[in-house]
Design a protein around this ligand. Structure first.
Ligand SMILES: [Zn+2]
Length: 246
């Protein structure tokens, strides 16, 4: 991604003071234009990643994790969940960029690599905590939509309630905002982190183990019913133990 001096005359003084740097093409967009750009980023990544995930499932039928049917209407439910996630992500990230919530104060390849290298493991720690919290009795209702999919598909990754999606936004925007208080972050590194996260989450939920030498489990050790709890070895159950993307 090419960086040049932003058109600073278009930026509010509070943002200028924070050392906010992002590509001038984005900085100069109107609010509707920026919204469209952010939506295109997330929707494009979602479509491309889902295409890879479904292609892997199709290409490697003998490496399916579970040879069980989806629940009736699962793909429709997951599509709706993805629409919810995309709406929340688009609004949150657009507003964060517009108001300079994350002061991007560094640029260049090294800053990009360092930002990416810190954000990716940082999110893993954050999400582990968020996921454990969402399995607490008080919060599990916001997480139920995601776990309706006992047999996962690439669309399962972003299939969730608006409240859970807001929790993810703490990782997408809140975490970099926090880290920017300690060290200047790179916009390109942050964008790369988001792209990596979306791709890994979606492809990681495909019902296939491409790297396994032998076909993965062909059935479940307990039936995939709503009563199936965390230790269950369905894909959704394994997700709660951190063995695949959440
Ligand atoms: Zn869970």
């Amino acid at each position: 991604m090419r960086f040049a001096s932003p058109r600073i005359e278009t930026l509010p003084p509070s943002i200028l003071r924070s050392g906010w740097l992002m590509p001038p093409t984005l900085a100069s967009l109107s609010l509707p234009g920026l919204t469209l750009a952010v939506f295109a980023f997330f929707a494009g990544l979602t479509l491309a990643s889902a295409a890879v995930g479904f292609a892997l499932e199709r290409a490697l039928p003998k490496r399916r994790v579970f040879d069980l049917p989806l629940f009736p209407g699962q793909l429709r439910s997951e599509l709706l969940g993805n629409a919810v996630f995309l709406a929340v992500a688009t609004v949150t990230v657009t507003l964060a960029l517009r108001f300079g919530v994350v002061p991007f104060g560094a640029r260049g390849a090294l800053a990009g690599a360092l930002t990416f290298g810190v954000m990716v493991p940082g999110f893993q720690v954050f999400y582990w905590l968020l996921h454990r919290a969402m399995h607490h009795r008080a919060l599990v209702r916001i997480h139920r939509w995601h776990h309706r999919s006992q047999v996962t598909t690439p669309l399962t990754g972003q299939s969730m309630s608006a409240f859970e999606a807001l929790g993810w936004m703490l990782g997408y925007v809140g975490l970099p905002c926090l880290l920017s208080q300690v060290a200047p972050l790179s916009f390109a590194g942050w964008a790369g982190y988001l792209a990596f996260n979306v791709f890994g989450n979606i492809v990681g939920h495909a019902n296939v183990e491409p790297t396994a030498r032998h076909a993965a489990t062909r059935g479940a050790t307990c039936s995939p019913t709503p009563s199936c709890s965390t230790p269950c070895t369905t894909p959704a159950g394994r997700a709660t133990t951190g063995s695949r993307a959440p």
